[in-house]
Design a protein around this ligand. Sequence first.
Ligand SMILES: Cc1cc2nc3c(=O)[nH]c(=O)nc-3n(C[C@H](O)[C@H](O)[C@H](O)COP(=O)(O)OP(=O)(O)OC[C@H]3O[C@@H](n4cnc5c(N)ncnc54)[C@H](O)[C@@H]3O)c2cc1C
Length: 284
Amino acid sequence: MPRPRPSVARTPRAADRPARADRPERVATHAVVLRTERLTPHMVRVVLGGEGLDGFDEGPCTDHYVKLLFPEATGAGERVPMRTYTIRSWDPVVRELAIDFVVHGDEGLAGPWALAARPGDPMSFYGPGGDYVPSPELDWHLMIGDESALPAIAASLERVPAGAPVRVFVEVASPADEQVLTSPGELDLRWVHRDEHPQEPGRALVEAVTSADFLPGTPHVFLHGDAGFVRDLRRHLRTERGVPAPALSASGYWRRGRTEEGWRAEKADWKAAVEQDEQTAGLA
Ligand SMILES: Cc1cc2nc3c(=O)[nH]c(=O)nc-3n(C[C@H](O)[C@H](O)[C@H](O)COP(=O)(O)OP(=O)(O)OC[C@H]3O[C@@H](n4cnc5c(N)ncnc54)[C@H](O)[C@@H]3O)c2cc1C
């Protein structure tokens, strides 16, 4: 029997949006750092505030993200580098926007910036955008990611319908990087640790998901993080678990060894490879 096609409400995808030339010019929001908090060895929270956030609207999604701007890293005449980060939480009453940054060493712009951020530091951004919110129409929820997707998973868990089954797999470096996650759903949370396979990031996560028993019915899947394991698990979910494409939100948030610019430049090839996986499996 063919499975019924899930209808999953989505915000407009890139293909549905007007062509770039027809879009209104982006306006940056200007904020300041209010405080920072070290959540775990590899995660720091930066809380932004300031009058520039008056009237800010986080939008309907739970994976809502902003494009942080780093003008100080620009040479004359160059484009301002941007880094994409999830809104972990937005509180319009106290006008506070929290973003959780992976601490991944000295390389890059955003990670080191967050680690060094002090109250009063300015930060401007474009957005928000977003593409996912847990659907009440599907049978259960499956969320899979690494630390970069943990803020979106944490925010999404808070919006799972009460009592809905939700299974979560998150890969972090070690047990010290686990966080407390809560949900009104029936939460089954499984942490996996990269230090089990330090040379093969993503391996523990792929093993955990591919060997897990799934619940009956169609899951609404959120699968994001390092592009390497996202491709492997997307293929697994589509071909071996029969997850229909509309029930799957999956993307590479970043790619090991690439800056965000480098990864953006390769993303079209990665998407083509993912489509090829599906054609090879007779799905596309
Ligand atoms: C929609 C979306 C939402 C995202 N939300 C978040 C979020 O909430 N929190 C978050 O931390 N990240 C998030 N990311 C990922 C983040 O944008 C990238 O990790 C980004 O490359 C970090 O920028 P950077 O300036 O620190 O490093 P870059 O200058 O981009 O890269 C420098 C080096 O660091 C490596 N690197 C980058 N990110 C990581 C990482 N996570 N772990 C290990 N090495 C890394 C790169 O491969 C490169 O070698 C999100 C990405 C997307 C697309």
